[in-house]
Design a protein around this ligand. Structure first.
Ligand SMILES: [Zn+2]
Length: 214
């Protein structure tokens, strides 16, 4: 059993001393579980850090598709790559209404880039729940998890901006608030995501407006 999205990011308390203490304890637990999961799920993640040098080192970043946010043009979402998130480097997306309350549930999820759906299933072996994985070529994939519903089947060809499902809170192993769990995967490893030119370094928590399908 692998931990995926162990807790919802917006439950985090940033300033409260008591909350910080509890969070540190929780992180130690998460770290221990996370190491086991990382070993079981995938090889250790190697983040491509561009370095001056060989052509091969420079080739990987160039090969990444120009991924857009997986949401409708003009929508503002909060992307959070929070400490303790599993797998590392994944981004959780949340949407809020005008009053600041979460209103993610049922919103449409779009393909970040064109490609072929290589998985569309309800996962019982880990925390992903309803999951869609799209392959984009050159070893690049994107994963969309916890969906309320999936609207594409394995083998389907999708264009960038095509609806592939709806945001939900599905998971066989965890309960949490609705959000989209999103991964960019290169050669089998979840890597630091780059979305519309923004590099989602670990623990980055910021809002961005979708340009997908604009
Ligand atoms: Zn997540």
């Amino acid at each position: 059993m692998y931990p995926i999205c162990i807790r919802a990011p917006f439950n985090r308390r940033v300033t409260d001393d008591k909350g910080r203490t509890m969070r540190r304890r929780f992180h130690r637990l998460v770290a221990a579980v996370g190491v086991a999961a990382a070993v079981a799920v995938a090889t250790p993640v190697a983040v491509a850090v561009p370095q001056a040098g060989t052509p091969s080192q420079e080739a990987a970043p160039l090969a990444r598709p120009a991924f857009r946010m997986p949401f409708i043009c003009g929508q503002v979402w909060r992307g959070n790559n929070w400490r303790g998130h599993s797998p590392a480097h994944s981004v959780d997306w949340n949407h809020y209404n005008a009053q600041g309350a979460p209103d993610d549930f049922g919103r449409r999820v779009l393909a970040s880039a064109g490609g072929t759906v290589v998985a569309s299933y309800y996962s019982t072996g880990d925390g992903y729940g309803n999951t869609v994985v799209v392959a984009h070529g050159d070893g690049w994939r994107t994963r969309y998890a916890h969906l309320k519903e999936r609207t594409v089947a394995s083998g389907a060809h999708v264009k960038r901006g095509q609806v592939i499902g709806k945001v939900g809170a599905s998971s066989a192993t965890h309960e949490f608030s609705p959000h989209l769990h999103y991964e960019q995967i290169h050669n089998g490893s979840v890597v630091v995501a780059v979305v519309q030119g923004v590099r989602w370094y670990d623990y980055l928590d910021r809002r961005l407006t979708s340009t997908n399908g604009c």
